[in-house]
Design a protein. Sequence first.
Length: 330
Amino acid sequence: MNEFFRVPENIDGIKDGPQFNPKEHLQLEMPEKVYGLDEFGYRQDIIDQAPYPIAVTTPFRLLSESGLKALRDSIEALKVHRKNSERMANFIRGSAFYSPFIRDFCLNPEVNEHISKIAGVKVLPHPMALYQGHINLCPEEKGREVDRWHTDTVTLDYVLMVSDPTAYKGGHFEYFKCTKGQAIKAMIREESEPHIVKVEFPGAGMAILQQGNMVVHRASALTEGSERTTFVQSFIPDKVNFNDVSKLDDCKLVDPHDILYSEWARYKAFLSQRRLAKLCREIPYTEDKNKICLELRAAIRDVEEAILEISDPSSGRLIHLGQDALTDHL
């Protein structure tokens, strides 16, 4: 994936920040428990269509103390680029463009192999750099959620705790241990069940891995303290064909369009490139012109969709499951 990564010409990155050293900065450990989609109540036919069998894990370590310090220093230098939105209170996007440490951490093959082992499926870092190294910071508005209830528009991601979790109260990473539909109905009816799991991170440098499109989750508001930072890295399955849930609409309101549209085009071209390569290897010799044309259309579907999406003049929508949005999902 490193050869696919490009830094936009108009971005001036961090010059004197830390450099990533996997031998020094990584401390890769396995989670105690990996919860499957079946344990969240999903039917087998839905599980069979999902890219991964997992729902979410318990916390596991990714970074050493040295790696954690380097990541904190990198994030501190990036705070000039922080933004806010209706859903996310205080965040940084495109960190891999600016920080060599974050870029090399996100693209590191050892981390990628480790995540693949936990997920049970071989994965790749998400080809869109805007989905790499997303950073959530503490809200400046007291009592506001760090991130509202939602499902992700990526298939798999880890949430890494950067701050010392004993330095604040509240601010839990929370998820509904049930299907998406059950979670939405529970919120609308204000039911106590199915119950919400509050993740307790044992320390900084630890992460949880989730199939975020299948798990309704949020980061709650802090009740004490003013420092809570998490780092989110996204992945796709290393498969030619999979159900891609990434959505351009979600990015339009939070990413600069001069970068976003080109990144989206490159991502969709990457997906079609893999399908075309498979087609070159496997298309059968046949007189069935209809079959050949169907194969070609399937291979370039992502590019054709990208053209329509990029041409769409609408402003986009960052979807969440706040009370004002819940009724749209029934």
